[in-house]
Every structure is written in structure tokens, then in C-alpha cells.
Design a protein. Structure first.
Length: 580
């Protein structure tokens, strides 16, 4: 779109910094000149911020240093001025205690970078688990035109002729090593072959889940979330994002026109059909609220009941990884299969409707992207549970666990800390049976602290050696999207603030009913009241810094774990000062 067809150059947000004939704008222009720019470089041209989460400690984003240059090339081709701004990387691999602790920090940084700088539009570069929701949450609150560029999944892992999936196969072979079934040399071979390129996890983990959600929400160019990071199409997609964001500025295509009730519902349906990570729940709730969309656990569970899982990708699927998903047609192909369930009239970052962006989508492998008549699982990826153990909800991934746990009753084996649990499960003399229910508490948003991915509790070594590979596990923690098994997660309210999980004792009988969406401890109310009266609240986990702020303002899992002071007001009209 030409400038004459849309926004006037004088109305650019950046013009407030550079256009006026006053002393402050003199300072801004002179500082641009200090960096080698001249008037012809910026006058009448939109400034495009490139928010880059590259880091040398984030292998998922190792290529972003180069991809930023590809985005800049696209911006220049379209007549914009690209400016790269670094933001916190929130890498999944090395950040302790968990990158989830810093998702909201990224959201705040992204919002403040956009608000405080002369940016007319932004390209958000993310992909590793928390970077997608963090960047999108911040950009939604800032309100300027934005487009999301996913990092893309890494290539398939390989060892001794076997295809390996990040996370999922690490857990699988670690159990075999604990059982004494693989050698140190084999373990080392798996270690060296499981991650063969830059890019995010190539299973349908949290990274691919969230980038698929971003695309289904309309925030990515069509097909962007499926391209492997090492594929040359990813380079071209990066440049295309740069070109398109300039057009979006002139069209004044702001995120509030894209993120709506309908587009959020589309994203939830697509997430269920992909076999999404349980983390999708907490992130989608937070993103929806930033977009002023009322979404709750009941909405997600209702969609999960009627949306079949059709992406045959690990860990919910059996045979394939994200590279195969891309070759099979990618997310556009999957959405075309769901077209009668989606609102095809919503607007995307292309300026066209979702239906228009799906025209011509083809499916090249019916086993990877299954027809609705032959799903991987008859319902969606996630189920939301309620009961006296989780009055505010809990989440399970039914398709990724042994189906004998659809109904289960057994005695609890309760641990108050991760070190306590780890020592116990490695004790071959632990008194445990396959019917026991492993419970880890004090691992929620406050108790972790930060809501760590501890929810896939290791199977006790005693059971591993007997051949068992799954058992019911319950926690107020999260688990990696690459994980699997009968794990009930996000128990809310968490035990750290006195939720019912804090009252459970070893030996109490726990009942799980997935079809009935129930999770209960079979303890009478009088006994629970006595335990509640005796419960002593733990100290807050932090006394200073960001952690202090986090621990006083983070909401619970069922509300998305955003900060309470960031969900009350949205967009420039709600808080951007008119200082120019």
C-alpha cells in the first residue's frame, strides 16, 4: 500500500520525535545524525523496531543475530527504517529456577521498549517457550502494529538410525538408562544427536505450540510457524516480515483489530488439534487478557471436548516431528482441515482474512496431519479438572498418558520439595506401587518459585526396573511441552498459598476421573478443616528485586500468571503519556 492510501507521514508515531521544529526534536535528529543517518533516511519513513531475543545462552535463537539482518533487509525494501532493540531472551535451557519466572519481565520490557522509543511498528523475534507469550503480551499492551517472527523448530535428532525428539526422547532414554538397559556410550550418542541444529524443540512442545497459537491468532505471516529454523525459507520469511510490517504501519493495522474473541477461539481450537503443550493454557489465558478477551479454563475445556487431535507429532503423536509436519503442509494445512470449525472472517497481519490466507493449502501426508475421521485422539490435547484438590482447576494431557489412567484411584505419596522427591524416587527400596499417586507440592507460581517445569515427576527407580513407564503424578508445577505421561499440573490454588494440595498427606486416597473432569482426595471435610487450621504459611520466596515484585503481584495459574497490575488497563489510551 502506498503512503497516499493509508496513514499520512505526519501522523506517524515517530514523527512526534523527529518532525517538530523545537529543541527536543533537534536533539533527536542530531543523535540520528551522530549514528550516520541523514534527513533523507528518516523523513516520512516509518521506524520499525526489531525486538530481538537473541542470546549466546539461547540455542533456540542462535540464528537470530543473522535473521535480524534479513528482517532489516525487508524493512528497507519496503521503505522503512529498521532499528534493532535487544530484549531479555528467557531461554529455556539454562535459566534457573525457570524461564517462566521471567516471562512477565519480557512482557514488561517489550511494552516499555515500544512505548518509550520512536517506533511505528515492531517485528517480534521469538520462539523459545516463554518468548512468544512474553513478546505478544507486551506488544498487545503497547498497541502499535506488530508482526511475530517465529524462530522455527530445529532439525530432527538422530542416533544409530533412530529419529530423536528433543525432550520426549531424553525422558524416555533416561528411564532406560536408570533401568540399566542402555550403556554410557549409547547415552552419550543420544546426547550428541538429539539437538542437531539451531531452532526450538522439534517436538510439539511449548515452543511449537505457542508459535502455532500466534499464527492461528493471526499474528504471523501464513505458514511462518512451521518452517524449520535451518531451512532457507526461514530467511525469506524473515525478510517478508520486514516488508509486511511497513505496510501494516501505513494501513494502521494495529493488534486490537486482529486479536479478538474470534481469533483467540481459533487459536485455542488449533492448539487442541495440534496436541499442544499444557503450558498453552497459562500462556493463552494471559495473552487473551492482554487482548481484552475474556477466556477461562471452562472455555478451553469445552473446546477440548469437541476438537479432535489430528497432528501426529510427538509427544501426543507417535511417529513424527515438526520437520515432518512442515513437509506435510504445516499449520496452514492443519487449519484447512479445521476450516469448518474456525472463524475464517477474522483479519490477520496480512490484511486479509484467515480464510483467504488458507486458500490453496494442501496436505501432503495424511498420517502426519490426520483427517478428522481418523484422529490421533478423539478429543483435543488438554482437559481441565476440578475437585476438592483443585477447586480453581488443574490440567492434564489425556492423549499423552496411558489410557488406563482415565479412571484411577490410589494412595498419595507426597513430597514437599524437588530435592526430597528426587532422592526418594532414586531409592530402589522406596515403598511404592504402580497404583501410588506421586505428589509434588510447593512448586507453583510462588512456591517454585516461578512455576518451574517439575511436573513430570520421574518414575521411581523401583518401578522402572519392574518395567513400568507411567503412573499418576500430581503437582502445582508445570511440565515441559515435550513431556508426556499421566501428569496432573497447574493445581490451583497452589499449595504455597494454602490451596488444598497443602493439606494432602501420604496415604490419602486420590481419585482421578478424566471423562468426568474430576480430581479429588477422599478425605472428609472435618479432617480437612482440622488440617487447614494447623497449616502454617511459608515465608515469601524473595525479599528484594524482581523476585520481590513477582511474588507480590503474580496471579495464579487459572488466571494466566500475569501481574495483577498489568491486566487492568491496555493500550496507549490507557497509559501512554502524550509527551511529544
Amino acid at each position: 500500500m502506498s503512503k497516499t492510501q493509508g496513514k499520512n507521514p505526519r501522523d506517524l508515531r515517530s514523527a512526534r520525535w523527529f518532525a517538530p521544529d523545537d529543541l527536543r526534536s533537534f536533539g533527536h535528529r542530531s543523535r540520528l545524525m551522530q549514528m550516520g543517518l541523514g534527513q533523507e533516511d528518516w523523513e516520512g519513513k516509518p521506524f520499525i523496531g526489531i525486538l530481538n531475543t537473541w542470546s549466546e545462552l539461547n540455542p533456540c535463537h542462535a540464528h537470530f543475530r543473522h535473521r535480524a539482518e534479513d528482517v532489516k533487509r525487508g524493512v528497507l525494501q519496503a521503505g522503512g527504517i529498521p532499528v534493532e532493540l535487544p530484549v531479555i531472551s528467557v531461554d529455556e535451557s539454562f535459566t534457573k529456577p525457570t524461564s517462566m519466572l521471567y516471562r512477565n519481565l519480557l512482557a514488561m520490557e517489550a511494552e516499555e521498549q515500544i512505548r518509550s522509543h520512536p517506533l511505528d511498528g515492531v517485528v517480534l523475534m521469538g520462539g523459545c517457550d516463554k518468548s512468544t507469550p512474553g513478546l505478544v503480551m507486551g506488544a498487545l499492551s503497547a498497541g502499535v502494529p506488530m508482526i511475530y517472527l517465529p524462530a522455527g523448530p530445529m532439525l530432527r535428532g538422530n542416533y544409530a538410525g533412530k529419529i530423536l525428539g528433543s525432550g520426549s526422547d531424553a525422558w524416555k532414554y533416561w528411564d532406560e538408562r536408570r533401568a540399566g538397559n542402555i550403556t554410557d556410550a549409547q547415552w552419550h550418542g543420544i546426547e550428541t544427536g538429539i539437538a542437531r541444529s539451531y531452532g526450538t524443540c522439534m517436538t510439539m512442545g511449548t515452543a511449537s505450540t505457542m508459535t502455532a497459537i500466534a499464527e492461528a491468532m493471526g499474528l504471523c505471516l501464513p505458514g511462518a510457524s512451521s518452517i524449520p529454523a535451518a531451512d532457507s525459507n526461514h530467511i525469506r520469511m524473515s525478510a517478508a516480515c520486514g516488508r509486511r510490517i511497513v505496510e501494516m504501519v501505513w494501513e494502521d493495522l494495529t493488534p486490537d483489530k486482529i486479536v479478538t474473541d474470534a481469533s483467540i477461539r481459533n487459536a485455542a481450537i488449533v492448539a487442541m488439534a495440534t496436541g499442544c503443550s499444557t503450558n498453552a493454557v497459562v500462556h493463552l489465558l494471559a495473552m487473551a487478557r492482554r487482548g481484552k478477551v475474556a477466556l477461562d479454563l471452562e472455555d478451553l475445556d469445552a473446546l477440548g471436548r469437541v476438537t479432535p487431535l489430528i497432528a501426529n507429532v510427538r509427544p501426543s503423536g507417535k511417529d513424527y516431528l515438526m520437520e515432518d509436519f512442515y513437509y506435510a503442509g504445516g499449520l496452514r494445512a492443519l487449519m484447512s482441515r479445521l476450516s469448518d470449525r474456525l472463524d475464517l472472517g477474522v483479519i490477520t497481519v496480512t490484511g486479509r482474512t484467515l480464510g483467504e490466507t488458507l486458500e490453496g493449502a494442501e496436505i501432503y501426508n495424511d498420517d502426519v496431519i490426520r483427517p478428522l475421521s481418523n484422529p490421533v485422539y478423539h478429543e483435543g490435547s488438554l482437559a481441565v479438572l476440578r475437585g476438592n484438590l483443585c477447586p480453581d482447576g488443574a490440567v492434564i494431557k489425556p492423549a499423552a498418558c496411558d489410557q488406563r489412567f482415565q479412571y484411577h484411584e490410589g494412595p498419595a505419596l507426597v513430597f514437599d520439595s524437588y530435592p526430597e522427591m528426587k532422592a526418594a524416587v532414586d531409592d530402589e527400596n522406596l515403598d511404592v506401587t504402580p497404583d501410588h499417586v506421586l505428589v509434588l507440592r510447593n512448586a507453583g507460581p510462588l512456591g517454585g518459585p516461578g512455576f518451574p517445569e517439575w511436573g513430570m515427576l520421574p518414575i521411581p527407580k523401583a518401578l522402572i526396573k519392574q518395567g513400568h513407564r507411567d503412573m499418576l503424578r500430581i503437582s502445582d508445577a508445570r511440565m515441559s511441552g515435550t513431556s508426556y505421561g499421566a501428569c496432573v499440573l497447574h493445581v490451583a490454588p497452589e499449595s504455597h498459598i494454602g490451596g488444598p494440595l497443602a493439606l494432602l498427606r501420604t496415604g490419602d486416597i486420590v481419585r482421578l476421573d478424566i471423562p468426568g473432569r474430576r480430581l479429588d482426595m477422599l478425605v472428609d471435610e472435618a479432617e480437612l478443616e482440622a488440617r487447614r487450621a494447623a497449616w502454617v504459611a511459608p515465608k515469601p520466596p524473595y525479599e528484594r528485586g524482581y523476585g520481590w515484585m513477582f511474588s507480590r503481584h503474580v496471579t495464579q495459574a487459572d488466571k494466566g500468571c500475569d501481574f495483577d497490575f498489568l491486566t487492568a488497563a491496555f493500550g496507549p489510551a490507557a497509559g501512554e503519556p502524550d509527551i511529544y
